[in-house]
Write a protein that binds this ligand. Structure first.
Ligand code: COA
Length: 169
């Protein structure tokens, strides 16, 4: 499934399935995420152990991962996690240095295609209500907000409301 693409900035990107030997590249990506990225994900940093555990969960049956690579570095990851035969959740992270170059939306489109191929009929994603860019992309691709969660119960504490978006594929 390797796919080459050229970003509007001229950067050459390869989109491909994550591989077992990507661990060091994934660790480098996750451990160097900046505040601008982390503030939409969680209020604390990733650890190498956690990244390894995340990678070990990829079995290409229930947990799927597509990465974007540039100049031998992983610069973005999108994941699909099946809850059942027909329902799944996705997540996407683009490294700070590669933001706003259409990579995020390209990966979400890839994940939607992959979800359809593996039988997913209902796909959901979560983000905080202040994540204007993620909300913009998800809505542009047809997702609708279907639930707002009580901010006091979110990872971020009281100050951030989390929403669930969904699409029927
Ligand atoms: C959300 C995320 C994946 C988007 O990736 P990206 O590669 O930067 O996004 P893209 O370049 O594909 O698209 C950005 C879009 O937001 C728009 N945008 C950028 N800044 C904006 C702003 N301040 N206000 C509104 N829209 C904005 C761009 O114009 C573009 O939309 P368009 O293609 O319709 O013109 C990335 O920002 C990220 O990793 N964020 C942190 C992790 C995260 O929030 N993950 C998702 C939720 S868990």
């Amino acid at each position: 499934m390797d796919k080459k693409l050229t970003l509007p900035t001229g950067k050459e990107i390869i989109l491909r399935k994550v591989r077992k030997d990507d661990l060091q590249k994934l660790i480098e990506m996750y451990l160097t995420l900046g505040e601008e990225t982390l503030r939409f994900l969680r209020p604390y940093k990733f650890t190498a152990r956690e990244v390894r555990e995340m990678q070990e969960r990829v079995d290409w049956k229930k947990v799927f991962s597509i990465v974007a690579e540039n100049a031998d570095k992983i610069v973005a990851e999108a994941r699909l996690i099946k809850y059942s035969d027909t329902a799944a959740e996705f997540g996407v992270i683009v490294h700070d240095r590669y933001r706003n170059m259409k990579l995020g939306q390209t990966l979400v489109i890839k994940i939607m295609d992959l979800a359809r191929k593996v039988g997913v009929k209902r796909l959901i994603g979560f983000c905080t209500l202040d994540n204007i860019i993620a909300l913009h992309i998800y809505k542009k691709l047809g997702f609708k907000i279907e639930k707002k969660f009580d901010a006091s119960k979110s990872l971020f504490g009281r100050e951030k409301e989390v929403v669930r978006l969904a699409i029927n594929l």
